[in-house]
Design a protein around this ligand. Structure first.
Ligand code: HEM
Length: 422
């Protein structure tokens, strides 16, 4: 894709940084292009932008334009300052120029104060205390992800991990198990419509199919509720209108399915790429929580979010004008050398890991506690039983400007049998 880029005008400050300055031609930087995230080197480009163009502007061939922020403090500010930055004109880069018909109805596309009425009813069900009861099911799901290792043959860890969140989120929501495979496929299509693993004909058709299927599915599923069962679908059915119910069912499941598997597989790849870290993780099981946090920082599966400035805003990177669209690059923020010491080093003993993988502010990930419990269970299971692991083919990155993850990770692994069957 050809692009016009601008990095002047609002006078980005070029401060000295400890990071090296990789050579990047700013005129050709195209952060919108999903191909960059699949085949290019976004981390090299982000490193350059953080240093040389921390408020970068890009115009697409069709005239749509957006700014990008890449520094930690700017990304955090854009995500968390809901007064200056609205989510109601779309929260994903792909929505640029199209608006968001779910504004005011779907939590992630609704600004405070209305946002609270959509989020509050679900908060308790996704709290740490409420989720303790789900642990056995999460552990069983972790075992299912690793089950293909049993026959000793190589398998694609991505394919197996894609089902992981559905196995416990589906149960928490009260979705019948026979529907889970379809829902995994549709949410994958909705999150990464251009990835060859999910695309049907083209991006537009893929999104149309996925949205139609998911919205019809949740319309039918919630029609007879609330029924007092107390599961998440029941709570969602009480949100006040059919549209609010269906949009938030969609968003909740997408939030879980599209991200969690990539935090896992991306961290496994990091361990394979850093054998010293893998050895350390196997030797010290008590490091699993810290490994999970470093894996979350390293992978940053939700890579970018969109906002629109509702007023002129002075950011660290420069002046953003009222009405401008801005993409906040979480994956870049989490490698900002001014915040993370030796940011490009995968270090499972990292302390003070202030990653913003789950966002910040009012929209801070509603499923963060669940995702953390799930990833801790999965790594406890993997590392506790691991005898051997190696790659069994090239990893492939997902073709998406929203989800940073893997499309394939062939591995060969041998595991000890599970200790108990709880
Ligand atoms: C590693 C896994 C996950 C990552 C990296 C992740 C990331 C994020 C991020 C960055 C946001 C903020 C969006 C914004 O500011 O516009 C968010 C919001 C959200 N996430 Fe997650 N998420 C994960 C897992 C989950 C799970 C398991 C669920 C569901 C159980 C979930 C449901 C949601 C919902 C509903 C929101 C919207 C919250 C709001 O607008 O108030 N996420 N997530």
């Amino acid at each position: 894709m050809t692009v016009m880029t601008q990095h002047t005008g609002s006078g980005p400050r070029q401060e000295p940084t400890s990071e090296p300055a990789p050579e990047v031609d700013l005129d050709t930087v195209d952060l919108f292009d999903p191909g960059l995230h699949a085949d290019g080197d976004p981390h090299r480009i982000w490193a350059h932008l953080r240093r040389a163009a921390p408020l970068h502007r890009q115009t697409l061939p069709d005239g749509r334009s957006f700014a990008s922020v890449t520094r930690y403090h700017d990304v955090r500010r854009v995500l968390s300052d809901s007064r200056a930055f609205t989510s109601e004109r779309g929260s994903l880069l792909d929505q640029l120029g199209h608006g968001d018909e779910a504004a005011g109805q779907m939590m992630v596309s609704t600004d405070p104060p209305d946002h609270a009425a959509l989020r509050r009813p679900l908060q308790h069900a996704l709290s740490r205390s409420a989720l303790e009861a789900a642990r056995p099911r999460i552990r069983a799901a972790a075992r299912a992800v690793l089950a293909p290792a049993a026959d000793g043959r190589p398998f694609d860890l991505v394919a197996s991990a894609l089902d992981f969140p559905m196995m416990f989120t589906g149960a928490l929501m009260g979705i019948p198990e026979q529907d889970w495979p379809d829902l995994v496929r549709w949410t994958s299509m909705a999150a990464s419509p251009e990835d060859p693993g999910f695309t049907v004909r083209n991006r537009h058709a893929t999104l149309a199919i996925a949205h139609h299927e998911l919205f019809s599915y949740f319309t039918d599923q919630t029609a007879a509720r609330p029924d007092g069962s107390g599961d998440l679908l029941d709570l969602l059915a009480g949100l006040g209108s059919r549209a609010k119910t269906v949009y938030n069912c969609y968003s909740l499941l997408l939030g879980a399915n599209a991200t969690t598997p990539h935090a896992f597989t991306g961290t496994v790849l990091a361990l394979l790429d850093h054998p010293d870290q893998l050895a350390e993780a196997r030797r010290y099981p008590e490091l699993v929580p810290s490994l999970v946090e470093e894996g979350l920082r390293w992978t940053s599966p939700a890579s970018s979010f969109l906002r629109h400035a509702v007023e002129d805003v002075e950011l660290e990177g420069g002046l953003l004008h009222k009405g401008e669209a801005v993409a906040a690059w979480v994956g870049s923020a989490n490698r900002d050398g001014k915040v993370f010491e030796d940011a490009d080093r995968f270090d499972l003993r990292r302390t003070g890991n202030r990653h913003i993988t789950f966002g910040a502010g009012a929209h801070y990930c509603l499923g963060a506690i669940l995702a953390r419990i799930a990833l801790n269970e999965l790594f406890t299971e993997l590392l506790g039983r691991l005898e051997h692991i190696e790659t069994a083919g090239p990893a492939r990155r997902l073709r998406s400007n929203f989800i940073a993850g893997l499309g394939a990770l062939p591995v060969a692994m041998t595991l000890r049998r599970p200790a108990t069957q709880d």
